[in-house]
Design a binder for this molecule. Structure first.
Ligand SMILES: [Zn+2]
Length: 61
């Protein structure tokens, strides 16, 4: 079994994690309806992804 050679102190561990926080959610305009949506996500307004309808429109929240 692999065992760490040195115990990482709370300070070092926390310094490493100082860069791990999640940033603000990004949005872009949907290319088919213009609503704001998250990149690489199906548009919740029109149900389109990559120019193709993948959800029944109207039923998506
Ligand atoms: Zn859309």
């Amino acid at each position: 079994m692999a065992v760490p050679k040195k115990k990482v102190s709370k300070s070092r561990r926390n310094q490493r994690r100082a860069h791990d926080a999640l940033g603000a959610t990004q949005y872009e305009e949907c290319s088919s309806c213009g609503e704001l949506k998250q990149p690489h996500h199906v548009c919740p307004a029109c149900g389109q992804y990559n120019g193709r309808e993948v959800l029944e429109s109207g039923t998506a929240a």
